[in-house]
Design a protein around this ligand. Structure first.
Ligand SMILES: Nc1ncnc2c1ncn2[C@@H]1O[C@H](COP(=O)(O)OP(=O)(O)O)[C@@H](O)[C@H]1O
Ligand SMILES: O=C(O)C1=C[C@@H](OP(=O)(O)O)[C@@H](O)[C@H](O)C1
Ligand SMILES: [Mg+2]
Length: 156
């Protein structure tokens, strides 16, 4: 959450001239705001909607897909991601605190302190899936996006 996946992913897709998909945006377009989905139907329901959005997005053969930070919790999505090139974006609790009010992120509704606990819980999943990781805590989004584009071009 708030590591820059949506913002940087869009820039990377533009530079590579491939479609960009943000699974959270697809969920919101179809089902309404994430905070409202959590409030009305709970996290499990959100995860089911997210699984469907991830499955649809990962059918594309050439695209940049920005996932929500919790998408890796779903085993079927993890299986799909093993067939994709996964780039992880890491950041720090301090950077997140300074970055955003996180009003749209229900898991941070109680305050930004939950971020570190959630990150620590998920870190093994991120590390197992990602081919490479970029730290986004200190540098501007354009510089990070340029580094990612450079890395992607070394892969083909
Ligand atoms: N490298 C960065 N430096 C400063 N602010 C950033 C950086 N990356 C993202 N942000 C800001 O942090 C917030 C969350 O970014 P976002 O792309 O929505 O993250 P994610 O999709 O991983 O949750 C946004 O307000 C964005 O402008
Ligand atoms: O980490 C999570 O569980 C979540 C991250 C959010 O996306 P970002 O990672 O883009 O903030 C969004 O999917 C939802 O609020 C849940
Ligand atoms: Mg996002």
């Amino acid at each position: 959450m708030a590591s820059g996946k949506s913002k940087i992913g869009r820039r990377v897709a533009r530079a590579l001239r491939v479609p960009f998909i943000d699974t959270d945006k697809d969920i919101v377009a179809e089902h309404g705001p994430i905070t409202e989905i959590f409030a009305a139907n709970g996290e499990d329901h959100f995860r089911a909607l997210e699984r469907a959005a991830v499955a649809a997005a990962l059918q594309r053969s050439r695209a940049v897909v920005s996932l929500g930070g919790g998408a890796v919790l779903d085993p079927a999505s993890r299986a799909d991601l093993r067939r994709a090139t996964v780039i992880s974006l890491s950041t720090t609790a301090e950077a997140v605190r300074n970055r955003t009010k996180n009003a749209k992120r229900p898991l941070l509704a109680a305050g930004p302190d939950a971020w570190q606990r959630i990150y620590d819980e998920r870190r093994p999943l991120y590390e197992a899936l990602a081919s490479v990781s970029f730290d986004t805590s200190t540098r501007p989004v354009d510089a990070i996006a340029a580094d990612i584009v450079k890395w992607v071009r070394t892969q083909s």
